[in-house]
Design a protein around this ligand. Structure first.
Ligand SMILES: [Zn+2]
Length: 276
């Protein structure tokens, strides 16, 4: 049996001298051609400030939509940080709302990065574009987040047809920056490609120290010499790993991308897996 192969999923190259925006993500369509649009999550939990351990913000992303009831809440528009007590009250209210949908936030049963932690984003994301629609492309990339993409219908269909495991697609809201003369939806539909699982961690979270006041993990830094090895693999075709900055993809994803003419697709870098 030939051994399995894996790749690192990377964004196509982006010019380094482009000014970065911190508030929104600037999107790229086609090599070095910018759309002058931004992708952002309209709803997400604020960062939180604890009097003991300081500001806490994660960058996780839910596959769940922000409950209707909270969409105009001032602390769900990514402004922050808010005080721990304010944050804790909001999370408690949200948990009740999610429970009505059958989603229970149980720290013991859920992936750690999917708890209602400060900074976590909800679906749907919005792609704001200027009146002149950008050049159409299969993949759009953010400058600040080198791995996450929004994709066109043909990419979603190909991934779903091949049953690529570990990825979900969520409709993107498209909006014009200026007064729209055309229907912005005519540019879509577009989807957020979300990788849904992490591979095994190098930490034992049950044994890590937590802030006694707010519960934030006082996590040790990742060892610099850690190498991606067989013990970090999963059965998913796409997954995050705590060991590398981006996604890992399987041969199925590699073959799929090779056999389609997607424009502006990711660069796949062959990955050495220690012990494979
Ligand atoms: Zn704290």
């Amino acid at each position: 049996m030939s051994k399995k192969r894996y790749w690192e999923w990377q964004r196509p190259e982006c010019p380094q001298n482009e000014p970065e925006r911190t508030e929104f993500l600037r999107m790229e369509s086609g090599r070095f051609k910018f759309t002058y649009g931004w992708m952002y999550a309209k709803y997400g939990l604020s960062s939180m400030e604890c009097p003991i351990c300081g500001v806490w913000e994660e960058f996780g992303e839910f596959s769940f939509e922000c409950p209707e009831k909270f969409r105009s809440h001032p602390n769900l528009t990514m402004r922050g940080p808010v005080l721990y007590r304010v944050f804790a009250n909001l999370v408690q209210e949200m948990e009740k709302e999610f429970e009505k949908q059958g989603i229970v936030f149980d720290e013991k049963k859920m992936d750690r990065w999917l708890w209602l932690q400060p900074g976590i984003r909800f679906q749907p994301w919005t792609f704001r574009i200027p009146c002149h629609p950008p050049q159409y492309s299969s993949f759009f990339w953010g400058c600040n987040t080198p791995f996450t993409a929004i994709v066109a219908e043909e990419v979603k269909q190909a991934f779903e047809k091949q049953e690529v495991a570990g990825v979900t697609f969520h409709p993107i809201e498209i909006a014009y920056v200026d007064e729209p003369e055309e229907n912005p939806e005519s540019f879509g539909p577009l989807y957020r490609l979300r990788v849904s699982h992490f591979g095994p961690d190098w930490r034992d979270w049950d044994k890590l120290e937590r802030c006694s006041y707010c519960g934030q993990y006082l996590a040790p830094k990742r060892p610099e010499d850690i190498q991606f090895s067989v013990e970090h693999l999963t059965d998913y075709d796409m997954f995050y790993t705590y060991v590398l900055p981006g996604y890992v993809v399987s041969e199925k994803v590699y073959d799929l991308l090779q056999s389609h003419n997607f424009s502006n697709g990711p660069t796949l870098k062959p990955l050495d897996v220690v012990g494979l």
